[in-house]
Design a protein around this ligand. Sequence first.
Ligand code: MN
Length: 296
Amino acid sequence: MRLCRYRDRRSGSTHVGIVEADGIRDATAALDDLPAYRYPLPPLDPFIAALPSISERLRKIASDAPSRSLASVDLLSPIANPGKIIAAPVNYRDHLDEARADAQIHHQNRIAEIQRAGLFLKATSSLAGAGEGVRIRHPERRNDHEIELVAVIGRKVSRIERADALSCVAGYCIGLDMTTRGPEERSLRKSIDTYAVLGPWLVTADELADPSNLELLLTVNGESRQRANTRDLIIDVAGLIALASSFYTLWPGDVLFTGTPAGVGPVQSGDIIRASIDSLGSMEVAVLNESWSARA
Ligand code: MN
């Protein structure tokens, strides 16, 4: 299943839908089956947590709904309320070499291998969908694109073994780990509003059994910037889940950015990023300065 969230441009209302070859079918009514949580809320995404139990109803509702074109809606992040956004720093060898060689990337921060550096967190408030675009907050600084395969956790796990780790994945999507370069901690520079783009939709894990051989491609204004394959990850998806869960409990809806390959580079207002990953699809993301949207 390809699950999306989208905003109707005319009414502004938000929906959940299933993406098929001919367009999107609205399945929002299935959200009525989500459990009613009371304060304090658990640190999970209620939709992803309920996915196993509501999948059938989602399909049924969508099959009765008319199809509408993807071009008529704004795609939102397929995960609305993740408890945390986990991310892998330099997890492709070629990006490690690139980051160490370029002072504009490393800013005198010592770039450690992921086995030493571990993982970091991005603020959940940085989430955006493909249709919302990236809003640059500090245009005087270098702001880079990073295409990454993203895994979304489907059930609560702690200290899961690498061999079992893929069994807890709800699905996959494309991620843009947008980054302001500078000397500050990663978690600050990568947590600006809209600097965690997820999309175009969530492809459920039953449709993608093996995430270890997927081509990634990112272009800016049609120019190729990043091209790689997930087989070149230093720590693969299962290994990253095992590593993360050895430090903290993973909850349904937790988002895992798996790291970016070489070719990171700056974007500026007016640019169009196009990101594609095999089996997942592709998305176009517009870049604007934040002040432009404030004026609009
Ligand atoms: Mn990254």
